[in-house]
Design a protein around this ligand. Structure first.
Ligand code: GLA
Length: 396
């Protein structure tokens, strides 16, 4: 056998490729990051106490054991810089290092937030001109994840690039690479999450800056119209995602109260099909059993976290019906059938649309009902409640 190439962690020997897992290659986010983020519920009023309560609840509820590990503080923690230019937390966060130790002591990781601009979106101190200094401070505190939100740098971008799209992309690449390099130079592994709302098709170049994930859209709101607009707009982006490089359609709203259970199940399912980061955005210390059952459905989480790292895509649509599929590492396929309609609907999905033969016997498991179904042949018949979803795992 001849060693023919050594590419992207794979050694090709004769006709066979031997690949190291993404983890073995030192990829920071081999599967989509899972955790919690303070913004959707606490916004800029978040406190040290809220973050500790979230960490406590992640352990007590079983979320940590289901895979949620990042406790991410979004905008609102920043205070002023000291005379030497070092960033300080504000009075709501008396001791960041102690907070990081607390979070780490629970087997969790800490995330933080800043902007390449002079100010963050909520008007707090940004990192412009202090990138290295801030990265060093985060590393000193014990931060494991940084969300880097363009915010006021939009003005700088306009000045530097005007309406020139290529230039605008180049400037954003430079900005994100600068922070990536600053984080890398600390020697602490810190996941870099790009947030610039999907501008200039970031999915095409986000990974080149050293980011592990990038927001592909504007901000989600806690209602079905926002969730479906964002979620279903992700069709076609699958080819840009994979281990270490994830499209991020924004954080979860599950449990925040603006959608019903069917709608939140659709939200969770769609994000799992998209191999999206699963960052809960609710108050974890006050979760109903229904919210817990949605966030902690391990069979759905397994679809999101599947080791092959394929993002799912739309395979079929008929009016308000959407059929999406996601190939999984064991050769099975996750299939989600969504109804965007506000009335009940009966629907037959021809198995040929899902890549199976017309008369092929297909094994099926319903991942929300936690039940194996009778073998499917020809078509899958389902009754869909308004704004609901059926999620199946299908195999030959
Ligand atoms: C932007 C981001 C949000 C959140 C806020 C904080 O709007 O897109 O996710 O971080 O800023 O101010």
């Amino acid at each position: 056998m001849k060693l023919t190439s050594l590419l992207a962690g794979c050694v090709v020997l004769g006709l066979q490729a031997f690949c190291m897992g993404a983890q073995a290659q030192g990829v920071l986010a081999p599967t989509p990051p899972m955790g919690w983020n303070s913004w959707n519920h606490f916004a800029e009023k978040v406190t040290d106490k809220d973050v500790r309560a979230a960490a406590d609840a992640m352990v007590a509820s079983g979320m940590r054991d289901a895979g949620y590990v990042y406790v991410n503080i979004d905008d609102g923690w920043q205070g002023k810089r000291d005379a030497a230019g070092n960033i300080q937390a504000n009075e709501r966060f008396p001791d960041m290092k102690a907070l990081a130790d607390y979070v780490h002591g629970k087997g969790l990781k800490l995330g933080i937030y800043t902007s390449p601009g002079a100010h963050t979106c909520a008007g707090f101190e940004g990192s412009l001109g202090h990138e290295k200094q801030d990265a060093a401070m985060y590393a000193k505190w014990g931060v494991d994840y940084l969300k880097y939100d363009l915010c006021s740098y939009t003005e700088n971008l306009k000045q530097r690039a005007g309406n020139d799209h290529a230039k605008s992309q180049a400037v954003m690449e430079e900005v994100y690479r600068t922070m990536h390099d600053a984080l890398a130079s600390t020697g602490r592994p810190i996941v870099l999450s790009l947030c610039q709302y999907g501008w200039e098709a970031v999915w095409r170049w986000g990974a080149e800056t050293g980011g592990s994930l990038w927001r592909t859209t504007g901000d989600i709101e806690d209602n079905y119209a926002s969730m479906e607009r964002i979620g279903f707009s992700q069709a076609g982006l699958a080819k840009f995602a994979g281990p270490g490089r994830w499209n991020d359609p924004d954080m979860l709203e599950v449990g925040n109260g603006g959608m019903n259970s069917e709608e939140y199940r659709s939200h969770m399912t769609l994000w799992a099909m998209l191999a999206a980061p699963l960052l809960a955005g609710n108050d974890l210390s006050k979760m109903t059993d229904d919210t817990k059952s949605i966030l902690m459905n391990r069979e759905v989480i397994a679809v999101d976290q599947d080791a092959a790292g394929h993002q799912g895509d739309r395979v079929y649509t008929e009016g308000p019906l959407e059929v999406w599929s996601k190939p999984l590492a064991d050769g099975s396929v996750a299939v989600a059938i969504f109804s965007r309609w506000r009335m009940p609907l009966d629907f037959d999905v021809p198995m040929t649309k899902l890549g199976f033969g017309e008369n092929e016997a297909v094994k099926a498991r319903d991942l929300w009902a936690h039940q194996d179904l009778p073998e499917i042949r020809g078509a899958f018949h389902t009754k869909l409640k308004p704004h609901s979803v059926v999620l199946l795992r299908l195999s030959r």
